[in-house]
Design a protein around this ligand. Structure first.
Ligand SMILES: [Zn+2]
Length: 614
């Protein structure tokens, strides 16, 4: 055995303070004890792990200056995300004022009600010092704002009291930027799972049953811990965990970190006091929390080799996001039923909704999951009117392919559970990145020769996974019907009043707005496209009558396929007059039911899959 001497780098010291909450400005300082002799460079990440878009966080750096020993040091900008301070002999501090008014979970926010930041949006990395230990002082705002604020983060304390402002630390820059920080007068709940304390900090105006939420999250988190640990009573790969939640009027999103997650949800999605059932809203919140928690293993520790390590200056290409997001999307809801928080019928409803959503997009026959993963950087986060025709969601179709893969493996004595546990043992625990063919290889070890053609068709190709047959073999029947309204999300049998009613017609477009309806997406080879209409067109009249979303809905119910509509629409400020021939609605709405009769073997397979006998 040979020892390599390791040069100990002096700590990089940071200080972040809300400078002016009303102007949404943080002041962020970064001090290097021994700056590079030819001028120290500082770089800001261009993207945040977990959200695969180059976001150019540097665009919110309003001013940047430097000082050394009380003397100003000139700073030159060398690239969009790169600053270089002139050479100096003493310790060097770079001071940035950062505009923070992004309510998402990906950047930073500051006003008189709360402060929040992700490291990539605020902390410069001194070049050549990514491995240096970091110390960070999180300071309270000065003045009247923030008197009752506390700090919620999983950054390890270096003296700061629990929930307090003060000093924190990180082993290196990678860790520094993986613990978002919330400062606010937040609501708090706490529970234990797998021997680790789990805290929930909720910012926003809420009136919710936090004890009930903590109880449900306990069961869900324990399920995930036991899933990867392989046995009840396992321990998670962190000492403590934090759910950092911003509850708002309307919003949805989450971002995973190594021992915490930031979520944005609607306040109505939190459980109401005195309410015992799981509403659709609350189920959505639990699914989001479950999703981000599963990521603690799948993508934060089991990660594609392209992310080990991350290159934060540019796109990091991988064809595996369908696995890291799609498999996570499969297990997020599955964990709710397997942990007993929701009933099997509720889970089948969610799968039916996902199927409906995927079947509606012609783009699933154009773009493969592997290609959707690779092009996430230019496509997934840049949806436009043509996205449903040209692309597929690696989350939604990825979760269906994960379901199909699980059922295929179960028919051969394996399971996706076993694949995930093997991934955890071989890659997650070791910190080795998963090669591009790593998941297929492990699945093939368990499933044999059927796996390679499955990957070729459903992941590298654009075929739909054969879910009707697979679900049938597990005692679940897949039904299909036409949409009953423009807001029909599927998952349920539908409630058409009279079986004798004619089926609703199809426009071949989604319509938004109320009194002034606009086409949002116009589907390939559908009636609207055939009439020359496009996404963004505003429909003003149909057959001589003023159009509205309600009027279009009524018309689609009353008219028959094959009938021709006279349509007046505006594209920009130009009037279009055209004829649109209504079509029969596609059978793209899905719902699932337990099969009417199942034999014992099928019932046992279903119970092993869902963790529930019914
Ligand atoms: Zn995710």
């Amino acid at each position: 055995m040979r020892f390599r001497p390791v040069k100990t780098l002096p700590a990089t010291r940071y200080r972040i303070a809300p400078l002016d909450p009303h102007a949404h400005l943080f002041e962020v300082r970064c001090t290097v004890a021994d700056p590079a002799g030819d001028g120290q460079r500082f770089r800001l990440p261009s993207w945040i792990p977990g959200s695969y878009l180059v976001r150019e966080f540097a665009r919110h750096f309003v001013t940047v200056r430097a000082e050394s020993g009380g003397v100003a040091i000139p700073v030159q900008k060398e690239a969009k995300d790169l600053w270089r301070a002139a050479p100096c002999s003493d310790s060097l501090t770079i001071v940035a004022h950062v505009y923070a008014f992004d309510l998402s979970v990906r950047a930073a926010y500051l006003d008189a009600t709360r402060g929040y930041f992700n490291g990539p949006a605020v902390f410069l990395c001194p070049e050549g010092r990514a491995e240096a230990p970091c110390e960070v002082e999180i300071a309270p705002p000065e003045g009247a704002v923030g008197g009752a604020w506390r700090v919620a983060t999983t950054l390890p304390s270096a003296g700061a009291p629990r929930w307090g402002f003060g000093r924190y630390r990180a082993e290196n820059y990678d860790e520094l930027i993986d613990h978002p920080v919330e400062m606010a007068d937040f609501h708090h709940a706490s529970f234990e799972a797998g021997g680790a304390v789990h805290d929930v900090a909720i910012t926003g105006h809420i009136d919710a049953d936090l004890a009930r939420m903590a109880g449900d999250l306990t069961r869900i988190c324990q399920w995930h811990i036991d899933f990867f640990g392989g046995a009840p009573g396992s321990r998670p790969p962190f000492d403590r965990y934090l759910f950092q939640i911003a509850a708002v009027g309307d919003g949805y999103g989450g971002l995973e970190h190594r021992s915490s997650t930031s979520l944005v949800c609607k306040r109505d999605e939190l459980p109401a006091r005195g309410e015992a059932r799981i509403t659709d809203d609350y189920r959505r919140f639990l699914g989001l929390a479950s999703h981000e928690y599963f990521h603690s293993w799948n993508v934060k520790r089991i990660k594609p080799s392209a992310f080990a390590p991350y290159d934060l200056a540019r796109e990091n290409y991988t064809r595996q996001l369908w696995a890291f997001e799609g498999i996570t999307s499969y297990y997020d809801d599955l964990a709710l039923v397997r942990s007993g928080v929701i009933e099997p019928q509720g889970y089948l409803e969610l799968v039916g909704q996902t199927l409906t959503s995927v079947l509606r997009d012609p783009g699933r026959q154009v773009q493969s999951l592997a290609d959707a993963s690779f092009d996430a950087w230019i496509k997934y986060y840049r949806r436009d009117e043509n996205t449903p025709n040209a692309g597929v969601s690696y989350y939604l179709k990825g979760s269906l392919v994960a379901l199909a893969l699980d059922l295929v493996l179960r028919q051969r004595g394996g399971s996706l559970d076993a694949v995930m546990r093997t991934l955890w043992q071989r890659f997650g625990r070791t910190g080795i990145g998963v090669p591009e063919d790593g998941i297929e290889k492990i699945a093939s070890e368990l499933g044999g020769e059927v796996i390679a053609p499955f990957f070729a068709r459903c992941i590298r190709g654009t075929e739909d996974p054969p879910l009707a047959d697979l679900l049938g073999a597990f005692g679940v029947t897949l039904h299909r019907r036409a949409a009953e309204s423009g807001t029909d999300r599927g998952g349920k049998p539908g409630g058409k009043a009279n079986d004798g009613d004619p089926p609703r017609c199809w426009l071949g477009a989604t319509v938004t707005g109320g009194a002034s309806p606009a086409l949002q997406h116009v589907f390939s080879r559908g009636p609207a496209e055939g009439a020359g209409l496009a996404g963004g067109d505003v429909i003003v009249a149909i057959d001589g009558l003023r159009a509205s979303v309600d009027a279009i809905e009524k018309l689609l119910r009353r008219r028959r396929a094959g009938e021709v509509l006279n349509v007046h629409a505006f594209r920009r400020d130009e009037l279009i007059v055209t004829e649109l021939t209504l079509a029969e609605a596609p059978q793209d709405v899905c719902w699932l039911t337990p099969a009417a009769t199942v034999d014992e073997a099928t019932r046992a397979r279903r119970a092993a899959w869902l963790g529930r006998d019914f």
